[in-house]
Design a protein around this ligand. Structure first.
Ligand SMILES: O=P(O)(O)OC[C@H]1O[C@](O)(CO)[C@@H](O)[C@@H]1O
Length: 552
């Protein structure tokens, strides 16, 4: 048994969970009229109602004790202080320093004052953003830049893309496009309507070795040169964002046109760094700074609020409660804001790449579940697609409902209808509908006899399905920053309690390695190496189909 599952607290939580087996949320609410007041917390523009969870005050106390046992408060301080908490990569984890603002006290990482470096890059970004947006920076034929194409993948794509999708009202600069997939269709269709003379490519890659990004960037370069003809024009149309100056130069981008960042910024936490350049180009530097400020406000809340009032801590603990004590395998994020459509995909990476681990920081195999499968999408679309399973399926799926109380795009009664829907969904999941209630409803509809009895079981909703509701005032750059930081820290909390490294991602390497060795085997002259029967068979089948013969 691991130290965690062997701890008396863990064992107490297990027993406590059994005592809740026959309790229902309906009952908890009817027994305690103050439940809503007891189980909510707020931070800045955010208000979290977590009363619709399968927990009592005792549950919360036990979970908070578990956080103390895992040294969560100390680990939070270590992150902010720049300790090397990413132990497998010997790195600090300091995305919070990227949004700490100009007046933050000096912070040294390996002898370097990183505050000054952060400000220098922000200053360079500001100058460049101004040049592009004002039209001072021109394309090779003298016309202004109308389109920006960010080429990147994972953290070098999802964070910026999700922000740009969320803030259409703030997109006052050039149109910004995102190309990530190595499927040639992604680049081809994106470039189809663009004019090379008025397009700026932002090649975003922390390592500048990512196969998909480099291939897309090379193809974009060829597309550009087909029109521009002269290599010298590349300087006006390609910039890079990376930590790897050597590879950037090798690609052919002048390091003067490179915006740097640092190894203490994880890819999935990098939208706050120069990786956010495409955001700043689209919404302007002032709005980008608002995004940073919103995230910083949440950082300060996370760093200073008591655990029992701390939003990321509460959300992290509640998530863990279901994963470890109810065997929940997935977690749904259900934003009721069209702009947050891509937010789920970004948080999926933040959460799953961080907590998809099965060994502890000390290299021991865990004997408890870790990260859940994170999924979801914008409401109300999901209601007409997968909510059926949420309401009547066999899985327990804890959900977070997210809702701005005011719409930035008011249109008649749309926002009130949207709000009514989110409240209705969490209420329906919690209350369900008993057999008796369903029967009364059918009788009221004039149904009776065998027809009623046959339909009745299908009309019952088990209910007792937990959810959080997170309200915020409006989806602005500022609140979006806070929302993103909230989920980053929620992930940090879970990683700390599970004693895993939430900041490395070794699990993505094997597939990359194999893809590199398989790729040449797929050419007409390729020789297949030793594979398992299935993979070898598939390679032969593809070659047979494409080239009419199989070799090697
Ligand atoms: O920015 P890079 O180095 O191209 O990496 C892109 C993404 O690839 C990953 O390393 C996973 O393959 C992510 O962690 C990262 O966000």
């Amino acid at each position: 048994m691991s130290a965690l599952t062997n701890s008396s607290l863990w064992q107490t939580l297990k027993k406590h969970r059994e005592t809740l087996a026959s309790l229902t949320l309906r009952q908890l609410f009817s027994e305690d009229p103050a439940r809503f007041d007891r189980f909510n917390a707020s931070a800045g523009p955010f208000f979290l109602d977590y009363s619709k969870n399968l927990m009592t005050t005792e549950t919360l106390d036990l979970l908070l004790n578990l956080a103390q046992q895992a040294n969560l408060p100390q680990t939070i301080q270590k992150m902010f202080a720049g300790d090397l908490i990413n132990r497998t990569e010997h790195r600090a984890v300091l995305h919070v320093a990227l949004r700490a603002g100009r007046d933050a006290p000096p912070l040294k990482v390996q002898g370097q004052d990183i505050r000054a470096e952060v400000q220098q890059v922000l200053k360079r970004m500001e100058t460049f953003v101004h040049q592009i947006r004002s039209g001072e920076w021109r394309g090779y034929d003298g016309r202004v830049i109308t389109d920006v194409v960010n080429i990147g993948i994972g953290g070098s794509d999802l964070g910026p893309a999700s922000v740009m999708t969320a803030l259409p009202a703030d997109c006052t600069g050039p149109r910004v496009h995102y190309v990530s997939n190595v499927d040639g269709a992604h680049l081809t269709y994106t470039l189809k309507s663009l004019n090379p003379a008025q397009t700026l490519f932002v090649v975003a890659s922390k390592t500048f070795t990512t196969q998909e990004t480099l291939l897309n960037a090379h193809s974009a370069r060829s597309w550009f040169l087909d029109a521009a003809q002269q290599e010298q024009y590349i300087a006006q149309h390609f910039v890079a964002i990376s930590t790897n100056e050597v590879e950037v130069s090798r690609f052919g981008i002048d390091p003067q046109h490179m915006f740097g960042f640092w190894d203490w910024v994880g890819g999935r936490y990098s939208l706050w760094s120069a990786i956010g350049l495409s955001i700043a180009l689209g919404i302007g530097m002032d709005k980008f700074n608002e995004l940073l400020a919103g995230a910083h406000e949440m950082d300060e809340h996370f760093r200073t609020a008591p655990l029992s009032r701390n939003l990321p801590v509460l959300m992290g603990l509640i998530g863990l409660w279901y994963i470890n004590f109810f065997d929940a395998q997935t977690h749904a994020i259900l934003p009721y804001d069209q702009g947050l459509e891509r937010f789920v995909a970004h948080i999926q990476q933040v959460s799953m790449e961080s907590t998809g681990k099965s060994v502890t920081l000390d290299g021991e195999t865990v004997d408890y579940a870790t990260g859940a499968v994170v999924w979801g999408g914008a409401g109300t679309n999901g209601q007409h697609a997968y909510y059926q399973l949420l309401h009547q399926g066999t899985h327990l799926i804890p959900a977070d409902f997210l809702l701005p109380m005011r719409s930035r795009v008011p249109l008649g009664t749309h926002h009130r209808v949207l709000t009514a829907n989110v409240l209705a969904q969490s209420e329906a999941l919690m209350r369900g509908k008993t057999k008796e209630e369903a029967r009364q409803e059918l009788l009221a509809q004039g149904m009776s006899g065998e027809a009623l009895e046959n339909l009745l079981p299908h009309k019952v909703f088990p209910g007792n399905r937990p959810s959080n509701t997170l309200l915020f005032e409006e989806l602005t750059a500022h609140t979006l920053g806070g929302l993103l930081a909230l989920y980053e820290h929620r992930t940090f909390v879970q990683g700390t309690l599970w004693n895993i490294n939430a900041f490395d991602q070794w699990g993505v390497e094997l597939g990359k390695q194999l893809a590199r060795s398989i790729e040449p085997e797929l050419s007409e002259q390729g020789m297949t190496s030793v594979h398992d029967g299935s993979t070898g068979g598939l390679i032969h089948h593809i070659r047979d189909t494409l080239f009419g013969l199989s070799r090697g």
